[in-house]
Design a protein around this ligand. Structure first.
Ligand SMILES: [Zn+2]
Length: 335
């Protein structure tokens, strides 16, 4: 998959910093070693000197083989002595090697002319970060989800109270995040605004990212206008937005139904969801709309596709944001 030049440059820069870091760390370790054992410093200098001596021997030409063998023997002895000093001091055997983040490519990004897996994941990570930047939301967590905002009185007899219902929803989302894998189900978060859909989907995103998966979190209006822009400015291939969207491990689309509806947005949305479904990739969609409203806004094909494969999670209660504002206002009055 191709990425824009900007993303490649950023990845190269990151690799350069990684190499620099491991060199600096090696120098620090070397200084510690020398301070604990001045003999180690002498040995390292002598070893460096033997290669110069070897070059001189080659130029000198007199009984070359014998001289080179002697140098090699000295060198091996010094190496062994150095290794035993390192061991005696309780340092690991690779103490004087650079400790790279990726041993396969030594943080160079390629092995035998082929792109290393670390470079591939770096490119992916940077692209995800850039896409996630278009959602002006910081990641929430489960701990800050406050169930006290949900009423303990059922709306009708025989029904669960919002508190009991949302306790179940919270537990479900926690379990979903904790056990997330490539085979996880897709979800549809549905309910009026201010009932915690965004909060819980961001909490899932955070935990799944922490597990090392590639997650893209976007609001429907933001992503659709980005794709539309790229499409009409012929930047679609360069930025790969649609490809990233369909390939990431978990796609979260927030606020479905608030975007500008056009033939382009409906078909883009349909393609996005459909492609992920074919590839069995989990998607979480949240919407304030009822199914009938979704049907009115999109053509039936899109809606039946969405409903058919997503597990519906219903959010009920009274707008938490309004309750928070009211509580704050009454607290301000009593203060
Ligand atoms: Zn690598």
């Amino acid at each position: 998959m191709g990425y824009s030049r900007e993303i490649y440059e950023q990845a190269e820069k990151t690799l350069e910093l990684r190499r620099l870091y491991s060199e600096q760390e090696l120098e620090k370790r070397r200084r510690i070693l020398y301070s604990r054992s001045p003999r180690a410093e002498t040995i390292e200098r002598t070893i460096a000197g033997t290669s110069v001596a070897a070059a001189k021997a080659v130029l000198g030409g007199s009984d070359l083989k014998r001289e080179l063998n002697a140098l090699k023997e000295t060198n091996l002895q010094l190496q062994r002595e150095l290794a035993s000093i390192i061991k005696e001091l309780g340092f690991p055997a690779n103490y004087l090697d650079p400790w790279y983040k990726c041993d396969k490519c030594k943080d160079r990004g390629d092995v035998d002319g082929r792109m290393c897996s670390c470079m591939k994941s770096l490119l992916r990570e940077i692209s995800y970060e850039q896409l996630n930047k278009i959602s002006p939301l910081s990641l929430s967590d489960f701990d800050s989800f406050d169930l006290d905002y949900y009423s303990k009185t059922p709306a009708a007899e025989g029904k669960k109270s919002p508190y009991t219902h949302m306790t179940g929803v919270l537990a479900f989302c926690k379990k979903y995040a904790r056990t997330f894998n490539e085979d996880s189900r897709s979800l549809l978060f549905q309910g009026a605004p201010g009932l915690g859909k965004t909060h819980l989907s961001l909490a899932i995103a955070k935990e799944v990212i922490d597990k090392g998966y590639g997650v893209i979190y976007v609001s429907a209006p933001a992503i659709l206008s980005k794709i539309e822009n790229e499409h009409f400015n012929n930047k679609a291939n360069e930025n790969n937005t649609e490809q990233l969207i369909t390939e990431c491990d978990l796609l979260i689309i927030d606020d479905l139904g608030t975007e500008f509806i056009s033939r382009f947005t409906v078909s883009t949305l349909y393609n996005m969801i459909n492609t992920r479904m074919i590839r069995s990739k989990p998607t979480i969609i949240s919407t304030n709309l009822f199914l009938t409203e979704l049907q009115d806004n999109y053509n039936i094909r899109t809606v039946s596709r969405i409903i058919g494969t997503l597990d519906r999670v219903e959010f009920i209660g009274t707008d938490v944001r309004q309750l928070k504002r009211r509580r704050k206002a009454s607290a301000d009055r009593t203060n």
